[in-house]
Design a protein around this ligand. Structure first.
Ligand code: G1P
Length: 294
């Protein structure tokens, strides 16, 4: 039985991406702030992380992303107005959503050089401890949440690197990091190799990384000297590949539905799926959808 690994207290949320798959909506509004039902995409990732025991949230932002900071802060005028109008329900839910003072930090990725570079930008805020990475575009819906399921596997297999993964159709693997799977242990599978965005003919499997990671601080040493890879970007996958053999490395098939909110259709699907789970909205929405027809 492996010993208990070091707890994961910090999460990095890369939110500097320009949202080029979602124009013109994302010209002036960060894609992470688009609402799924009535909550911005990024808030789902923060809640998922919080549920998994994360205490520190590190956002890697960029120019034009300032309203993400505002979203995780007090909105005094609004709070005063809600309190004046005796809208206690709305006010309390806003206050409950607020992170604890000092639990949120922001750093900037000054150039769009890739996901690996975005994570590297957080190196001083993370320091020498394991940490999670959540890509907010990937909205995971499940109970417990995606990261909590990964934490359970992390503790079971003895720590190391954990990525979330799911099978994709072969023609889609070129959009993802793809895994060479090894031994299976419950919902975890050993990762023997990873490759970023392979052509289908060269893909080692159809098991693709989706946007959740538990990483070890050794990754920063690799990112320090990481050369650009697929698409000319500094790829997190390439640096993770170099940790294979040095730390345990597993992929977890979460029992979650995953929606790609950086994509128009994925975003619409997320909105419908989550609205249909909401008792206050679902009956009326079903009626409206029937009205639209097939
Ligand atoms: C990134 C990662 C890729 C991963 C994907 C999941 O790609 O580089 O390995 O499979 O997220 O969404 P991106 O979507 O930034 O191109």
């Amino acid at each position: 039985m492996p010993g208990k690994p070091q707890p994961v207290r910090k999460a990095v949320l890369p939110v500097a991406g320009m949202g080029t798959r979602f124009l013109p909506a994302t010209k002036a509004v960060p894609k992470e702030m688009l609402p799924v039902v009535d909550k911005p995409v990024v808030q789902y990732a923060v809640e998922e992380a919080r549920e998994a025991g994360i205490e520190q949230f590190i956002f890697v932002t960029g120019r034009g992303k300032g309203i993400i900071e505002d979203h995780f802060d007090h909105a005094y005028e609004l709070e005063a107005l809600l309190s004046e109008r005796e809208k206690a329900g709305e006010l309390n839910s806003l206050l409950e959503d607020l992170p604890v003072t000092g639990a949120v930090s922001f750093t900037r990725q000054q150039k769009p050089l890739g996901l690996g570079h975005a994570v590297w930008c957080a190196r001083h805020l993370v320091g020498e401890e394991p940490f999670a990475v959540l890509l907010p575009d990937d909205l995971l819906v499940g109970e417990p949440g995606g990261l909590a399921q990964m934490m359970e596997a992390y503790n079971r297999v003895g720590g190391g690197v954990i990525v979330a993964a799911e099978e994709k159709p072969l023609e889609e693997v070129k959009r993802y990091g793809v895994i060479t799977p090894g031994k299976i242990d419950g919902n975890a599978v050993e990762v023997k190799a990873v490759i970023e965005k392979p052509e289908p003919a060269k893909a080692p499997s159809r098991l693709c990384i989706i946007g959740r990671y538990i990483l070890q601080p050794e990754i920063f040493g690799e990112l320090d000297r990481q050369e650009p890879g697929a698409g000319g970007e500094i790829q997190l996958t390439d640096s993770m590949a170099r940790l294979i053999g040095r730390v345990p490395f597993h992929a977890v098939r979460t029992a979650c539905a995953r929606y790609d909110c950086g994509d128009r259709l994925g975003f619409l699907q997320a909105n419908l799926a989550l609205a249909l789970r909401r008792p206050d909205i679902a009956p009326e929405l079903r009626r409206l959808l029937a009205e639209i027809g097939p």
